[in-house]
Design a protein around this ligand. Structure first.
Ligand code: SAH
Length: 341
């Protein structure tokens, strides 16, 4: 059966010819505004049409493979299936709103040394409809709780800028009035630093929040942790971040994982403050989330506090990522890894 989820109203109209265009619009509203997954609920369509549609089509944002809720109820993780591939999403209920972290690829080819998602390489890119499906699963859950989805972060498994066209298509769909009408400002795209693609994203004039995974204040350490740095070093990466900030007027977030004993000393903080000084940027410190397959250590509580304090007293706005859902293994790829085992 053909899946209608992800088709634009125009594509729906073409698919459903010779139905009049207004019918396609009605169906699009059911799918995207009301999250309908069943034609029988579309009560502004004639009954015979609903039956006929149900025989030929399905509406399936994603297949739910498993769900895990944290004990405090603030974090929910889903493993979703798309055509035999499995990806994770993480729903987070913050005091400032609800967000979902989605994946952009099945697996990842970037090879960062601390990350579990890249261990088996890239399986495949997700399509725009599949990424939108991840978001719709979250929107439906929040709606069911009498609440709503407020923001999206593309920070799950995969490198979104290596799946550029599908990413842009998904962002545009998400933003459409007939879809969720989400403001680009409510979307964060996180990259390990694919410099040419950051420039391409800037030229798309889609003012999302750009998050750059920095993780080290110098090329030597960064190249040891992140192979991408050997292709595009810090100077060009920071320049690309600046030009994105300038074009969009939006502050760039630099993510910095604190790896115990590796990049978490005061000397690292000093060098980080130095390279970011004067830039339209802030820093989000992420204490390393230990994953079975990687043998880095998390930083001590004291090291996190000192690093945070150093940046904030040296002119760099920094936050420490609140650890959410440790009991549901919120680190990328953990639910999926377990599923595959
Ligand atoms: N490829 C993109 C988005 C996916 S990774 C990127 O690199 O930004 C999302 C974030 O999680 C990145 O900052 C990544 O470095 C971080 N991350 C990966 N593994 C982690 C771990 N075990 N603990 C903490 N953060 C991790």
């Amino acid at each position: 059966m053909k899946n209608l989820f992800g088709l634009t109203p125009a594509q729906l109209a073409a698919e459903l010819e010779p139905l009049p265009r207004f019918r396609a619009k009605q169906i699009a509203a059911h799918i995207y505004k009301h999250g309908a997954k069943d034609f029988s609920a579309m009560d502004d369509l004639p009954k015979a049409l609903r039956v006929e549609l149900a025989e030929r089509y399905e509406i399936k944002p994603a297949e739910l493979l498993s769900r895990l809720d944290s004990a405090d109820g603030l974090t929910t993780k889903f493993l979703l299936g798309f055509d035999g591939a499995a990806v994770e999403i993480v729903l987070m209920r913050h005091d400032y709103g609800n967000s979902v972290c989605i994946s952009s690829q099945v697996g990842c080819q970037m090879g960062c040394k601390f990350c579990a998602s890249t261990l088996k390489g890239l399986e495949r890119n997700l399509t725009a409809a599949e990424m939108l499906g991840e978001i719709f699963v979250a929107a439906e859950i929040f709606r069911g709780e009498g609440s709503k989805l407020d923001s999206v972060v593309v920070m799950g498994s995969g490198e979104p800028l290596m799946n550029f066209d599908a990413l842009i298509a998904m962002l545009k769909l998400l933003h459409e009035d007939w879809c969720l009408g989400m403001s680009y400002r409510k979307v964060t795209v996180s990259t390990c630093g694919v410099v040419p693609a950051i420039k391409k994203l800037r030229d798309e004039k889609i003012p999302v929040t750009l998050s750059i995974s920095l993780h080290a204040p110098d090329d030597k350490l960064r190249s040891a942790l992140m192979p991408i740095n050997s292709a595009f070093g810090l100077t060009s990466l920071l320049a690309a971040g600046d030009s994105f900030a300038e074009a969009t007027g939006r502050r760039v977030t630099y993510e910095y994982i604190l790896l115990g004993g590796v990049n978490d000393t005061e000397e690292h903080a000093r060098r980080l403050a130095k390279i970011l000084s004067g830039r339209l940027a802030n820093v989000n410190l992420i204490p390393f989330n230990p994953v079975n397959e990687r043998d880095f250590l998390p930083p001590t509580r004291n090291a996190v506090q000192k690093f945070f304090h150093f940046l904030n007293t040296h002119g760099i706005g920094a936050t420490v990522r609140k650890e959410m859902g440790a009991d549901v293994n919120a680190a990328c790829g953990q639910l999926r890894a377990k599923f595959q085992r």
